[in-house]
Design a protein. Structure first.
Length: 461
């Protein structure tokens, strides 16, 4: 009787043992409806500012664009053909650039220290661009990777290690789904993507490989080759990424997972390169842009006027964050592993600005108004828990007064300070038209920073 009772108890408890523990999230299904319901890990909205690094074989010719191979061989653009005829012997192929990608000056620790000094909170490295050359020793890119050819080093592993050992930055990887001239992809395209040799034997195995080996917290997909997400099995991969991968709790993804998915599906939206709508969006987004106005990869033929100034970069950051986005600012290293001085200068300048004004950027939320209705080039951010409003003004008022049309000051309650300046600022109410703030007239050497200044306002309507 005791044995029978025990058996009945086991049978009764067995179904309960098979249930998932209470509180565990249900697995995400390989459908966009399910995947899009996943909350974005909170760290991404808090960090606001990241650095993009475009590095690959295109850094060897370093001419025109990182799309060098495509423009030279597919579109046959005259400047690229002439460049090759002038500088390389007849019969020289793009593959011949492989041994020339030497990276002898690549110092991952030095890169990590520079990225840290920029004030950025995450970094995204191109693990593989559309040319197909991988910066790690991929099993699926034999003799077309940085371990077998060129530097004979695992670039991804070295940078990941240095970032994690020397900084608090989140480490991310860019990966191109398609490859311009891969025979498997070209065959699938010829078959109107009814066959799936390339994703099954190349692209998807690479994605699983980099996630399992390097644990990226950002997975920046790109390059769908005009193929739909069903061809790439993007929903199947993302279901694994969110449910089972080693980064399932922290990883964030973008929206470039197949034709038609951009600005519609995925973790956060990029919508287009250099996307900066200038207004608040209902979905988290990222402005990926370049310091070089015309190229993501390094260009030896770039002119000084081709680079954005620090004033322009601060403006991009402020506008983007005020409208709820993150800024991913791109640099392009040289073939031998150097970060060019112009990029180094911009990174350190941005770090200098953030060392003063960072509290108005990091862990902020969009306010009810993104920019001011009276004075141009004034942008707002907000910290709800502290009830602190920040007004970032990009032009120093020569009159000594800054009119703000959006915040309404409360007499004997509202306090206004300028970050980096100790004394409270005087202000006066303009009623329903806002308020006016007296800006201290300081010599240039006494200004809190050189490009863009921040007012901290407490107890305002």
């Amino acid at each position: 009787m005791v044995q029978a009772t025990g058996l009945l108890l086991i049978l009764w408890l067995l179904p309960l043992c098979l249930l998932p523990p209470q509180g565990d999230a249900a697995p995400y299904e390989p459908t966009w409806e399910s995947l899009d319901s996943r909350p974005l890990p909170t760290w991404f909205d808090e960090v606001k500012f990241g650095i993009f690094i475009h590095w690959g074989l295109f850094s060897v010719p370093s001419f025109g664009s990182e799309w060098f191979w495509w423009y030279w061989k597919k579109e046959k653009r005259e400047p690229y053909i002439k460049f090759m005829e002038t500088n390389y012997p007849p019969g020289f192929s793009y593959e011949d650039f492989g041994p020339m990608f030497t990276a002898e000056f690549f110092d991952a620790d030095q890169w990590a220290d520079l990225l840290k000094s920029s004030g950025a909170k995450y970094v995204v490295l191109t693990s593989k661009h559309h040319e197909g050359f991988t910066l790690w020793g991929s099993k699926y890119s034999w003799s077309w990777n940085a371990v077998d050819v060129g530097p004979k080093r695992d670039i991804v592993a070295e940078l990941a290690s240095s970032i994690r050992n020397r900084t608090s930055l989140h480490f991310g990887l860019y990966h191109s789904l398609f490859e311009w001239f891969n025979p498997l992809f070209l065959s699938d395209a010829y078959n109107l993507f009814r066959t799936k040799q390339f994703p099954n034997f190349k692209s998807l195995p690479e994605l699983y490989e980099i996630v399992n080996q390097y644990h990226p917290e950002v997975l920046w997909s790109d390059g769908d080759g005009n193929a739909p997400d069903t061809y790439w099995n993007s929903t199947g991969f993302l279901a694994w990424l969110y449910n089972e991968s080693p980064v399932r709790d922290t990883v964030v993804t973008n929206d470039r997972w197949g034709a038609g998915s951009i600005c519609k599906h995925g973790g956060y939206y990029t919508c287009s390169d250099r996307y900066n709508p200038g207004h608040l969006l209902p979905h988290k987004w990222e402005n990926c842009m370049t310091i070089d106005k015309w190229s993501w990869g390094y260009r030896r033929n770039a002119q000084l006027s081709d680079y954005l100034t620090i004033q322009e970069l601060v403006k991009q950051l402020v506008e983007t964050v005020s409208c709820g986005g993150n800024l991913l600012m791109n640099i392009g290293p040289t073939h031998d592993g150097r970060i060019p001085v112009i990029f180094e200068e911009r990174l350190t300048q941005m770090g200098k600005w953030l060392s003063v004004n960072g509290e108005a950027i990091f862990s902020t939320k969009p306010w009810r108004a993104q920019n001011d209705s009276v004075t141009p080039e004034v942008w707002y951010t907000f910290k709800p828990k502290e009830n602190v409003l920040y007004a970032i003004f990009l032009n120093w008022p020569s009159s000594g007064f800054l009119a703000l049309g959006e915040p309404k000051g409360i007499t004997e309650m509202t306090e206004v300070k300028m970050i980096g300046y100790e004394e409270p600022l005087k202000w006066a109410s303009l009623g329903e038209k806002g308020m006016i703030v007296a800006i201290p007239q300081l010599p240039v050497g006494k200004l809190p920073c050189e490009w863009g200044w921040t007012l901290q306002l407490t107890e305002v309507n």
